[in-house]
Design a protein. Sequence first.
Length: 271
Amino acid sequence: MSRPVILLFALLVVLASLVPFYWLVNTSLKTGAELSSGSLVPGSPSLRNYLEVLQDEDFLTALGNSLVVGVVTTSLALLLASFAAYSLARLKLPRKGIILGLVLSVTTFPVIAIAAPMFTIWRDIGLYDTLAGLIIPKLTFALPMAIFVLTSFFREIPFELEESALIDGASPFTAFRKVILPLAVPGIATTAILVFISVWNEFLLAVTLTSTPEARTVPVAIAYFSGTSDFDHPIGTISAASVLVTLPLLVLVLVFQKRIVAGLTAGAIKG
């Protein structure tokens, strides 16, 4: 296949991927009767929808909740996954491949299968409608991905560096902390980005395990947006809120796209 054909195909894929986001921005800039029109460009662009969203206390509360849940879950996932990944990548453990396979098998369970039982358990033990009740299950699904990516990065670090530290009298934990972790910073950053995006966008657990605005995260808060009356469809405000939530993630991915790709392909090629 010739280079121009490949570039044309890539351009078409990019344009197809951008169409939904453009339509979202286009709708967010419309107001009134113009919202029901199918025009590709808003006739009278307005930021009123964005102002209404930013003045919504429930949305701002949900934004803070998402930030807290995302940061705490990502931090805990990195802490726990770094130890697990180090063990799987650097230590001589039997059946390491099977262990990693079992860890990754957690991601094959559909979230909907555990949402209802978790709702009952969380309500009985007092974790329902709390941020802690969101962090725990989100961490469960974030850990396998974090362990997988970090394991790939740790395997790429030369064993000679760690052996030199051990010969010099360092303990395995000291070698891990002072040799392995500093060299794995790109992988840790990549893992943090992937985990944070996954937690930030998660909806099913968040809507199942919360019931009040005080504990809802951003995706759930957007789903509960209502108009000023029973006959009002808040398409504009929902679109504006979606743009505000998506834009930081989009910038984050564009800035760190090379590291994300490196993290996903680490260890795929030998030699």
